[in-house]
Ligand binder design. Structure first.
Ligand code: FAD
Ligand code: SF4
Ligand code: SF4
Ligand code: SF4
Ligand code: SF4
Length: 421
């Protein structure tokens, strides 16, 4: 029987699922077991959208449809928890869910749980190791300009051993090193060149362990390489799911190879060092003091106040957003006063999880996530608050604002965060 802390190789015993899955299909088989056995009412994950560069959220209640979500999408840059919440609100907020999340998704779901937007007791989280994602439009440029192929001919993409790899409909394989792609990134606050998204380069959550089961391919060596999933059991809930799936024969396991465990540790450390290197480069490009302020003011001066950064941020949930209050941000004025951005820095920078949505979805390409992440890392050093790691309340939870808030806390109301700021 597996228990918390165990490190295993796992794989699906179902040939059809194995065919569709990324590295062994344990994740899809576990999800199917959770659904079939009634442990959960639905599975929330992603599936391929219009093409291999596109990902769509998927809420699955029929176990027969689970094969449709197998496989990894490295250009699918959706942040899932906020989408999950929207789905739950339109169906049943108390549904029991099993979900698959990358590190930034995991951090986001914890910050959302603190704000009463999701209930972690109802959710089984399978976390994925993550080396990074590439924006769909960037991936198409890489395929066309660097690999000399038609992006529409690609039927499969992968990121493996530091390379972006594609396979075409004619079975042609082509690849390029991610380091090589990112070497050309000169203007980190403008055209960043090719390679992974800016937040992925700075990311330091490679194996998310605040989940139930952390899964990936790092450390799977020998004859199982490519055919098994490396599973780290991170909670009793995760152990229960894995043991139940093994008992029914849906999943098979064996102890992870000690050499593989060592390799996994080394790769994780190398990725963390790479994250540090990119943080230095990005935050260095911002400069210090007034130089930094002026760079932020200059970039935000092209804001068109579309609210995309707020609507897609996993930290922003207030019913009455201060950036919509006439006395703080004059309505109808484009660009909005700098106060618009200062409000966001003040309200959420302690909790930013570096998911990159505010940058990726900004129509005028403001480096929002670089600014917020830079402030967040400074605040982390100042106050010791690590967003998304556990259920510790954010720094702003210490703000005493109103009698109304005290009343809500006293009554345990879900609305606490609505009046929080
Ligand atoms: P499958 O049975 O194929 O199931 C995969 C699950 O992942 C499905 O539920 C699917 O919905 C979900 N999924 C696919 N794409 C996404 C996405 N973009 N966001 C959220 N969920 C998604 N492992 C490593 O060890 N090192 C890495 O560097 C690494 N990088 C990764 C980067 C990305 C963007 C992704 C999505 C995964 C990465 N993985 C990495 C994990 C690895 O690719 C496999 O997902 C893992 O080994 C599980 O394999 P499996 O065969 O059991 O998964
Ligand atoms: Fe993966 Fe980190 Fe990028 Fe999220 S921010 S997609 S966890 S590399
Ligand atoms: Fe301004 Fe960009 Fe935010 Fe839209 S997404 S409000 S343009 S900063
Ligand atoms: Fe993600 Fe941007 Fe919000 Fe930070 S500020 S959590 S990067 S959307
Ligand atoms: Fe986000 Fe602040 Fe608006 Fe709340 S008030 S939604 S924290 S910007």
């Amino acid at each position: 029987m597996a228990g918390k802390g165990d490190l295993l190789y796992a794989w699906t015993t179902n040939d059809e699922l194995r065919e569709k899955a990324e590295t062994g299909g344990a994740v899809t088989a576990l999800l199917r077991h959770a659904l079939e056995s009634g442990m959960v009412d639905a599975v929330f994950a992603v599936r391929k959208g219009a093409d291999v560069y596109d990902a769509m959220p998927a809420m699955i209640t029929d176990p027969a449809e689970i094969g449709g979500i197998a496989g990894s999408l490295h250009c699918g840059t959706l942040l899932l928890p906020k989408q999950m919440r929207r789905c739950l609100l339109s169906t049943d907020p108390n549904m029991k869910i099993a979900t698959v999340l990358k590190g930034c998704d995991v951090k986001a779901i914890y910050e959302m749980a603190k704000r009463n937007q999701v209930n972690l007791d109802n959710i089984i989280i399978i976390g994925l190791n993550c080396g990074g994602t590439i924006r769909p439009e960037t991936a198409r440029i890489i395929v066309r300009e660097k690999l000399g192929l038609d992006p529409d001919d690609v039927v499969k993409e992968e990121i493996d051993k530091g390379k972006f790899i594609v396979i075409t409909k004619d079975g042609e394989h082509a690849s390029i090193s991610i380091d090589e792609l990112e070497e050309g990134s000169e203007d980190l606050l403008g055209d960043q060149g090719l390679g992974r998204r800016s937040n992925c380069r700075r990311c330091k959550i490679k194996i998310p362990r605040q989940v139930d089961l952390a899964c990936g391919n790092w450390g799977v060596i020998g004859e199982k390489a490519g055919n098994a999933t490396f599973v780290e059991v991170c909670s009793e809930k995760g152990a229960n799911l894995l043991n139940a799936a093994v008992k029914t024969g849906a999943v098979a396991t064996e102890p992870a190879n000690p050499k593989g465990i060592e390799i996994r540790g080394k790769v994780e450390n190398a990725m963390l060092k790479l994250g540090d290197k990119w943080r230095e480069r990005y935050f260095g490009a911002l400069g210090e003091g007034t130089e930094r302020l002026n760079k932020i003011r200059e970039q935000t001066s092209r804001c068109i106040k579309c609210y995309s950064c707020i609507e897609n941020c996993p930290i922003c949930y207030c019913v009455e957003c201060s950036t919509r209050k006439d006395y703080l941000v004059e309505p109808g004025v484009i660009p909005p006063p700098f106060m618009f951005h200062l409000i966001r820095f003040a309200h959420i920078s302690d909790s930013c999880v570096n998911c990159g949505q505010c940058e990726e979805l900004c129509p005028v390409e403001i480096s929002n996530s670089v600014f917020m992440h830079a402030i967040q890392t400074d605040l982390e050093e100042l106050f010791g608050f690590h967003p998304g790691e556990d259920m510790t309340p954010p720094v702003l939870a210490l703000v005493e604002e109103s009698a109304e808030r005290d009343r809500l806390i006293a009554t345990g109301s879900d609305q606490i965060f609505d009046v929080f700021r």
